[in-house]
Design a protein around this ligand. Structure first.
Ligand SMILES: *Cc1c(COP(=O)(O)O)cnc(C)c1O
Length: 358
């Protein structure tokens, strides 16, 4: 098998199970006599696998009747615009919770779609290190948009906002990491590359009755109705990304599904946060009750130790630990496929560092 012995704590694209890498590699060489990279998306084999992938999403998340699953392109970044255009109604006004970076970009695209955007909750006052809980929902809104997990700032909604209207969520960095009640949402979207598969596909889970109701004139590709009517095959889909996502979903379901992975993710998060909270050389940056199980942000208590610590984790084969420039310090992203043994490599190294400096 492969592969590298590195411990991938990168924020995205994500680590995937080794078995999935192997199966995807095999399909590059042989997908019923062709390569998955050359096969027609209209071939019976791929049409079947596209349907299978859409069904596996439903199975993994217990998606109720009345929702469709689509795989588009453009990433969550285009999703910001697509969701605003499609969820717009006569108010042409939407509520957004600003929890930093990605939600800030979603707000910008909501405005680009021509909507009035009210920021009904924000944690900007503390560099987005917490989840705003009291929302100022006084207007008539077409929908409420929020980001379930804030990849850059290391915060995560543990309880979803209560809203008496359509709820739209960018779930890019924690979808499939824990059970969710899809019926609570009207539209969920997520770039595949944070927990589902390789970059290229963007997943939409949409309540069917909401499709095609926008008063805006939406360009063909950006209209969810285009894709809904064509079973996510309007144009060439990102075949390899969808296929590998299918492999990953099968792997997830075979290993106990989102309930089992949530327990595993919790154990990894407890291990690392436990170390951060007890080790005098480190401190977490996010408010404790809002800390993300996916992206753990922390800093050194003494910046002068940076070079030495960086050398240590580099030598241990850890990659992707550098924090985002807007937070600084470190960010350990622990997506589904990261094994707890990799987290132990990191926590043991942090302990060793503290002993050395004591
Ligand atoms: C990475 C990320 C995005 C951007 O995704 P792209 O697919 O690269 O456009 C948006 N939202 C969140 C929460 C992310 O983590």
């Amino acid at each position: 098998m492969i592969m590298s012995k590195k411990h991938n704590f990168g924020a995205g694209p994500c680590i995937l199970p080794q078995e999935v890498f192997k199966q995807a590699a095999e399909a590059v060489l042989d997908y019923n006599g062709l390569s998955i990279l050359e096969v027609s998306h209209r071939s019976a084999d791929f049409v079947r696998d596209m349907e299978e992938t859409r069904n596996l999403v439903k199975k993994a998340l217990n998606v109720p009747e009345g929702y469709t699953v689509l795989f588009l392109q453009g990433g969550a970044s285009l999703g910001f615009l697509i969701t605003a255009m499609n969820m717009c109604r006569d108010n042409k006004r939407a509520a957004y919770i600003d929890t930093g970076a990605w939600s800030t970009k979603a707000i910008k695209e909501g405005k680009n779609a021509g909507l009035e955007i009210d920021v009904v909750g924000s944690s900007e006052d503390k560099n987005f290190n917490y989840i705003p809980k009291n929302l100022n929902l006084n207007g008539s809104y077409d929908y409420l948009h929020f980001t379930s997990n804030n990849t850059i700032f290391g915060t995560q909604f543990k309880d979803f906002p209560a809203f008496d209207g359509p709820l739209v969520c960018d779930m890019s960095s924690d979808i499939f990491s824990r059970p969710i009640n899809v019926a609570d949402f009207d539209l969920i979207y997520a770039g595949a590359q944070k927990n589902l598969g390789p970059a290229g596909a963007t997943l939409y889970i949409v309540k069917e009755e909401l499709i095609g109701k926008s008063p805006l004139s939406i360009p063909t590709y950006l209209d969810l109705n285009t894709h809904f009517k064509k079973d996510s095959m309007f144009n060439t889909p990102p075949v390899f990304s969808v296929y590998t996502s299918m492999l990953n979903l099968k792997h997830l379901i075979a290993n106990g599904g989102v309930d089992a992975i949530a327990a595993k993710n919790r154990a990894k998060a407890d291990l690392l946060y436990g170390e951060i909270d007890t080790n005098p050389l480190f401190e977490g940056t996010a408010a404790k009750e809002d800390r993300s199980d996916m992206n753990v942000t922390f800093t050194l208590t003494n910046e002068a130790l940076k070079d030495e610590f960086d050398q240590m984790w580099n030598d241990a084969g850890i990659v992707g630990l550098k924090g985002h420039r807007s937070v600084g310090g470190y960010r350990a992203s622990m997506y589904n496929a990261l094994e707890i043994d990799s987290v132990k490599v990191l926590t043991e190294l942090m302990q060793e560092f503290a002993t050395k400096k004591a």
